[in-house]
Design a binder for this molecule. Structure first.
Ligand code: GLN
Length: 487
């Protein structure tokens, strides 16, 4: 889609301004119902589009992404724009600078339409913990779009953005991509700068693209990846755009299928879809091998110790003083203002939602004296074992294939009363974050539920910093599915 739009821009068949206007109008018409956007940046989007049109008029060569409208998850900072991270505590917060990914996107000429809804501070799997609004799944509006990047996924799936950025700490790009029938890439830890991303769990967070196709995701990804002096975990790369690796050729590729990911609880219809996908891979000349990621059974418990520990420390900065909301501003002149300690406590009590508070408490507990060794340190050790499972597996195979989620999109309210049920949504995705490996979700079929075709996602996990292979394999499968459809 991006390449096509780019060609239309270059040939003059369409201008960046009309393209931006078209999306802004679609947002105006449909987003009231859908709830994907928290902020729409009409003026700056049109300004950017006009500057791309100017470049074209001057006969300049423009980047593939120039003039292509996209949306940004609301936990990524854009200078001068509101950034709430889905939380009341940042209701009035205006970001003072651009995240590195935004700086890079702006440089490429990308048009940013606005900021998308999300679970509060990216904690959730349905976007229901947002302090602002529900986001509906465009495929079935009685169902959640997934989360936490639910707004970013819904916007693309509903045609209210060509591409979007999300963040993924335990599955937040891949799971909503799977629920909405689009592609989502969580890059290798350290591939994309986190500077300007509001930290949830710093050792797990990565920013990545959501888009309608693997190629589109690769194009956006190439524009945000690489070394950044402001994030010491980033690494350099040879700079060859990832979209150039999409040859459609997977002959000889070794695909590992981890037994642990195909348990009895897996919806048989999802298993069926993964079988079909593997058949396609084989037909393309890839080989399929059974492997074991033995410590995966501990991934979710380890995640729910390490992630809250990091959350409790990262969210300590929101105390009403430097960032966002201060409880005293909520009071009228007849009420007494709070003292310093009360300001901290009351601001946090009022500003944070239930799920965020739950995780801060869990994390404060696991880091406290006497429990640190029993929980945090032990979880770190198991994390190392999980990582080793991957290193061992990649001796034998090039990529690992699994479903993205154990089920398709669920209904609103279905899991909000039981956090454990909600957490299980990430059972197949958290391991990639714990190991730091790249992982992509892409559509592999649908299951019919009450007359609706609910999308399901397949997940490929790759070697550290080997997004090339991941994208090439996902793209080859996407082509195979497309050619089947047209036959
Ligand atoms: N759903 C997971 C959680 O609630 C993952 C969130 C994320 O990746 N940001 O923690």
């Amino acid at each position: 889609m991006i390449r096509e739009l780019h060609n239309q821009l270059v040939s003059g068949a369409v201008t960046a301004t009309t393209l931006a206007q078209k999306y802004l109008t679609a947002i105006e018409q449909k987003d009231g119902e859908l709830g994907a956007y928290l902020t729409v940046s009409r003026e700056s989007a049109l300004e950017k589009a006009a500057s791309v049109d100017e470049s074209l008029k001057r006969g300049e060569k423009i980047d593939l992404l120039a003039g292509i409208p996209g949306a940004i998850k609301d936990n990524i900072c854009i200078a001068g724009e509101r950034a709430t991270a889905g939380s009341k505590i940042l209701d009035n917060y205006i970001a003072p600078y651009d995240a590195t990914v935004i700086e890079r996107l702006k440089k490429s000429g990308a048009v940013i339409l606005g900021k998308t809804n999300m679970d509060e501070f990216a904690m959730g799997s349905s976007t229901e913990t947002s302090a602002y609004q529900k986001t509906k799944n465009p495929i079935d509006t009685e169902r959640v779009p997934g989360g936490s990047s639910g707004g970013s996924a819904a916007a693309v799936a509903a045609g209210l953005a060509v591409w979007s950025l999300g963040s993924d700490t335990g599955g937040s790009i891949r799971q909503p991509a799977a629920f909405c029938g689009i592609v989502g890439l969580k890059p290798t830890y350290g591939r994309v700068s986190r500077f300007g991303l509001m930290a949830m769990a710093s050792s797990l967070d990565q920013i990545g693209p959501l888009a309608a196709s693997v190629e589109d995701a690769a194009i956006v990804f190439s524009r945000i990846a690489g070394l950044d002096a402001r994030d010491a975990t980033t690494q350099s790369w040879n700079g060859k755009p990832f979209e150039e690796y999409l040859t459609g050729d997977v002959a000889g590729l070794r695909i590992g299928v981890p037994t642990e990911y195909f348990s009895k609880e897996l919806d048989p219809r999802i298993r069926q879809a993964t079988d079909t996908a593997l058949e396609h891979f084989k037909a393309l000349g890839a080989s399929v091998h059974e492997i074991s990621l033995a410590h995966s059974q501990y991934a979710l418990p380890v995640y729910y110790i390490l992630m809250p520990s990091e959350v409790s420390s990262n969210l300590a900065r929101f105390d009403g003083i430097k960032y966002g909301l201060n409880i005293n501003d909520q009071k009228d002149s007849t009420q007494e203002t709070s003292g310093l300690l009360e300001t901290y406590l009351d601001t946090r009590r009022y500003g944070f939602g239930r799920e965020v508070k739950r995780r801060i408490m869990l994390g404060t507990h696991t880091l406290s004296a006497g429990y640190y060794d029993a929980y945090y340190r032990k979880a770190q050790k198991v994390r190392a074992l999980i990582k080793k499972d991957f290193a061992d597996a990649f001796q034998k195979v090039d990529v690992i294939f699994s479903p993205t989620t154990p089920e398709a999109a669920f209904r609103f309210g279905e899991k909000t009363a039981d956090p454990l049920k909600m957490y299980l949504s990430d059972i197949y995705t958290v391991t990639a974050n714990l190991a730091g490996v790249p992982a992509i979700s892409f559509p592999i079929g649908v299951i019919e539920e009450a007359g609706k075709n609910l999308p399901i996602g397949g997940q490929l996990m790759g070697k550290w910093f080997d997004e090339e292979t991941l994208l090439r394999a996902a793209d080859a499968l996407e082509r195979q599915f497309a050619s089947q459809k047209s036959n």
